[in-house]
Design a protein around this ligand. Structure first.
Ligand SMILES: Cc1ncc(C[n+]2csc(CCOP(=O)(O)OP(=O)(O)O)c2C)c(N)n1
Length: 382
């Protein structure tokens, strides 16, 4: 049996890899107290800098309004990005028009930045089957089966490489998804083939009720990049400028055939989805602690220091994004309702006999019980 001294002897020898050697630091531009190193500020003009603020307000407003809609029974469920605004917007802002974003649902504003109309995301969360097709028109996708999209992202990136495109494929996923086999396969594939792929992991500290500490023995997710043989960046996900900078760098490296894993360290302040009760698995003190690190407050402090806050009319922005949401909701309400047959469509060109039989049975049931389908009424907007 090897003794402790064997371990000691090996520890300092070449070939021994220790967790203790890995850094835990994150890349940061603006500290939680609003202070920053002026040399580290990414190259964005005043308009770009204030634009980032507006997008974060849009993310926050969309989240708030969607949660309210769910409470009124107008949306089935919703996964809010509250607390993650800097992570979502900073990363989305760095992507180009030709890039592809394949996500998991908690990155609304990044999808809007890619051109997705707000209406279509409302339709998605309403469970309107067409929403999947609408998202696909923008090269977007939401992988409900967590992590399942990473091999697909590498496939898209491979296609980009073969067609000599300058674009990159970006995967958005969570710390929970990082434990799935598909994530390993996707990243390894991109590494082996030097593909233009960026793997953007929002480590928001929880996968529903499973905390990051219970998720993995790894102290960071960024460190896994080394194992895959790709570049890794660990970034403060509540610092929009740092995330933007990190994603810009990741995009650049990926477009040169160097895939990157970005771990954006942030916190989900709302429930996992509207069906979850987070008070059952986390302490109020912890939530309060992260509230102190609010991404919008921090960025406001930065804009004030830069003398740019005077150009920001916060009330007008709030009114504007709420109006944008109202218009999107009206458009979603006007979207033609699906026929009940829709659930049987799209999987097969021709319905197999067992599904054709079920469809017949379903039609007969609805003829006999019209109340089963007609009880849903549109409620007033809120
Ligand atoms: C393959 C698979 N397993 C389980 C689930 C159920 N599920 C939905 S979301 C979720 C947690 C996701 O956590 P994370 O990846 O950290 O993303 P977050 O929701 O925190 O943004 C789980 C386990 C699922 N959707 N897919």
């Amino acid at each position: 049996m090897a003794s402790d001294s064997t371990v000691e002897r090996l520890r300092d020898r070449p070939g021994y890899y220790s967790q203790d050697d890995l850094p835990l630091d994150s890349y940061q531009v603006v500290a939680p107290d609003g202070s920053y190193d002026a040399d580290a500020v990414p190259e964005l003009d005043g308009e770009g800098l204030t634009d980032l603020y507006r997008w974060m307000v849009l993310e926050r407003t969309f989240d708030e309004r969607m949660v309210k809609l769910q409470r009124r029974g107008e949306v089935g469920t919703y996964g809010s990005g509250r607390g993650q605004e800097a992570s979502i917007v900073g990363s989305g802002y760095a992507l180009g028009d030709d890039d592809w974003l394949l996500g998991m649902g908690r990155e609304a504003a990044a999808m809007f930045l890619q051109g997705l109309p707000l209406r279509d995301l409302i339709l998605f969360w309403r469970g309107v089957p067409d929403a999947g097709k609408l998202l696909a028109q923008h090269d977007l996708m939401i992988a409900i089966s967590i992590g399942s999209h990473l091999p697909l992202v590498s496939g898209v990136a491979w296609g980009m490489e073969l067609s000599e495109s300058d674009a990159v494929a970006a995967a958005y996923f969570g710390d929970g998804a990082s434990s799935t086999g598909a994530v390993h396969e996707g990243i390894n594939f991109a590494s082996a083939l030097d593909l233009p792929a960026v793997f953007f992991c929002q480590n928001n500290q929880y996968a529903i009720s499973t905390s990051f500490e219970k998720q993995t023995g790894a102290r960071t997710l960024a460190q896994r990049a080394i194992g895959y043989g790709i570049e890794g960046i660990r970034v403060d996900g509540n610092d929009v400028l740092a995330v933007y900078d990190a994603m810009q760098a990741a995009r650049r490296l990926a477009s040169e055939g160097k895939p990157v894993l970005v771990e954006s360290v942030t916190y989900r302040r709302d429930a996992h989805t509207t069906s979850d009760d987070p008070t059952r698995y986390r302490e109020e003190e912890e939530v309060a602690e992260w509230e102190e690190r609010d991404p919008l407050d921090r960025y406001e402090a930065f804009l004030r220091s830069e003398g740019l806050w005077d150009d920001v009319d916060a009330d007008a922005i709030e009114e504007e994004v709420n109006e944008e949401f109202d218009a999107a909701l009206d458009a979603a309400d006007d979207y033609p309702e699906d026929e009940v047959e829709t659930v049987f469509e799209d999987l097969y060109a021709e319905l197999p006999p067992y599904l054709a039989r079920q469809l017949d049975e379903f039609r007969t049931f609805l003829d006999e019980h019209p109340e089963a389908y007609d009880h849903i009424e549109r409620r007033p907007k809120g």
